[in-house]
Design a protein around this ligand. Structure first.
Ligand SMILES: NC(=O)c1ccc[n+]([C@@H]2O[C@H](COP(=O)([O-])OP(=O)(O)OC[C@H]3O[C@@H](n4cnc5c(N)ncnc54)[C@H](O)[C@@H]3O)[C@@H](O)[C@H]2O)c1
Length: 437
């Protein structure tokens, strides 16, 4: 069975590399020539643990890289669409790239006799698969279930563990109306993951909504624990991590996504929440809970800023060192990163900013250019700083000890992730969610 994957970002390239490394015949397509060049040279265009290894392995086996959607469509039995669906300026989902690809696919379908299964893996708002189906039908002159078929198959991988999650997902959701194609896709996944993999078959709208419900719940858990963290901050002696550990043991709650911090970022939760809120309003529903979740998330960064402001007083020309730029450790992704947001606020106050991150400096330079100072050395960031803010819990930061901060001008460390033990820090150490500040 020949597979096509259109869009080689975090999702598409991880999927293509895993399939290719297992010897599945795969053609991976992207429209970005720079990405294609890097990928063809065995190098992922972004950092993701194990990805380079899997990419190299898959290119030496059965993965072919291309820019030609038409040709790929002709050759493929199943085509996965893993195209970006970013947040537009008004906070709603931007489906323009997906719709453009649908037109290209429709035009290509006109002249071929094959009947590919087109699978939307991108995150899309309920009703999108129907819309994409209509675009393909209009441009191709063919009907779903006849000249092609279309299914929805949302992706649940996490950046930072994309390869592991692609190798072993917790769930596969297949949405559609065309039973034969759904059965074929189900068989494809059973062959890939074994018969024990949990597969849910439903219609497209429900499959689309499952992804949003999933991410909305995860964001709710994060904002919930951040709300508790804010309360702890004002109750002397409380520690949010002990509370999270205790409530996480309750099987009705579960321990995942109960890590208090600067708020959720990345390419998924912020955009999916914002889209869900706008979508709810569009269909006449009131998204009370989701609005609160988003508001708590936005407030987190303001709270961190207020702590810095309260401790340092006048902020102009104060030297602030930021440790961690990516939205999470083991990733170079800075999309919607809380760090970036904090830096923007501090720059408005005319602070002098120095930043460190093991992987995300190149991406950050594209935003701030020469407005801030970048360093690969943690001690350079600490040196003469008025304040250090730990934003991303990279492993290398956890190895720092109190003495490593001795060359700061004012010895103030604000730790949004609580990576140190307060007892061992004989400097002013403020940990978000620990109530003795
Ligand atoms: N990143 C994640 O952790 C994650 C997890 C689950 C779901 N998703 C969803 O999966 C989708 C893809 O996300 P991503 O993070 O991989 O996006 P991305 O922005 O990293 O990659 C998308 C790729 O699509 C390519 N592209 C755009 N139009 C194209 C076209 N017409 N033909 C071929 N390629 C085209 C772009 O050049 C880009 O390389 C999104 O809908 C996202 O919400 C992402």
């Amino acid at each position: 069975m020949q597979i096509g994957i259109i869009g080689l970002g975090f999702v598409g390239l991880s999927f293509a590399s895993v399939l290719g490394s297992k010897g599945y015949p795969v053609i991976g397509v992207d429209t970005n020539p720079e990405k294609i060049k890097m990928i063809s040279n065995n190098k992922a265009p972004f950092f993701e643990p194990k990805l380079d290894l899997f990419l190299k392995n898959s290119l030496s086996k059965s993965l072919i890289i291309s820019t030609n959607t038409k040709d790929t469509l002709k050759k493929s039995d199943i085509i996965f669409l893993t195209i970006g669906t970013p947040k537009s300026k008004d906070g709603y989902i931007d489906l323009s790239m997906l719709k453009k690809a649908a037109k290209d696919i429709g035009n290509s379908l006109k002249n071929i006799t094959q009947k590919p299964i087109i699978v939307i893996k991108s995150t899309v708002i309920p009703g999108t698969t129907d819309e994409i189906q209509k675009i393909i039908e209009k441009t191709s002159g063919k009907k779903n279930g006849n000249g092609f078929s279309i299914l929805t198959n949302p992706e649940f991988l996490r950046e930072g563990s994309a390869i592991n999650d692609t190798l072993k997902p917790h769930l596969v959701v297949i949405g559609g109306s065309e039973k034969n194609s759904m059965e074929k896709l189900k068989k494809f996944y059973e062959k890939l993951y074994g018969k024990k993999i949990k597969i849910i078959l439903t219609n497209s709208q429900t499959a689309e909504m499952i992804k949003y419900a999933n991410n909305s719940f995860l964001a709710t858990k994060i904002s919930f624990i951040n709300q508790i963290s804010s309360l702890c901050q004002n109750i002397a002696g409380t520690n949010v991590d002990d509370i999270a550990e205790a409530i996480g043991i309750d099987p009705r709650i579960g321990s995942a996504f109960l890590k208090a911090g600067p708020g959720y970022g990345g390419s998924c939760l912020p955009k999916d929440l914002s889209t869900m809120i706008k979508f709810s309003s569009k269909i006449g529903a009131e998204p009370i809970l989701l609005e609160a979740v988003e508001k708590i998330n936005e407030n987190q960064i303001e709270k961190i800023f207020q702590i810095i402001n309260k401790r340092l007083g006048k902020l102009k020309n104060k030297q602030i060192g930021i440790l961690g730029l990516s939205f999470k450790e083991d990733s170079d992704d800075i999309r919607e990163s809380r760090s970036i947001k904090l830096i923007k606020i501090l720059l408005k106050e005319k602070c002098k900013i120095k930043v460190h991150d093991p992987k995300a400096i190149t991406n950050t330079k594209l935003i701030f250019k020469n407005k801030i100072i970048y360093s690969n050395s943690i001690s350079t960031i600490i040196d003469k700083a008025d304040c250090i803010v730990i934003m991303t819990p990279w492993k290398e930061y956890t190895k720092l000890v109190s003495n490593d901060f001795k060359n700061m001008k004012k010895k103030l460390v604000i730790d949004t992730r609580r990576i140190f033990s307060k007892k061992k820090m004989n400097i002013e150490y403020i940990a978000l969610g620990i109530g003795d500040n």
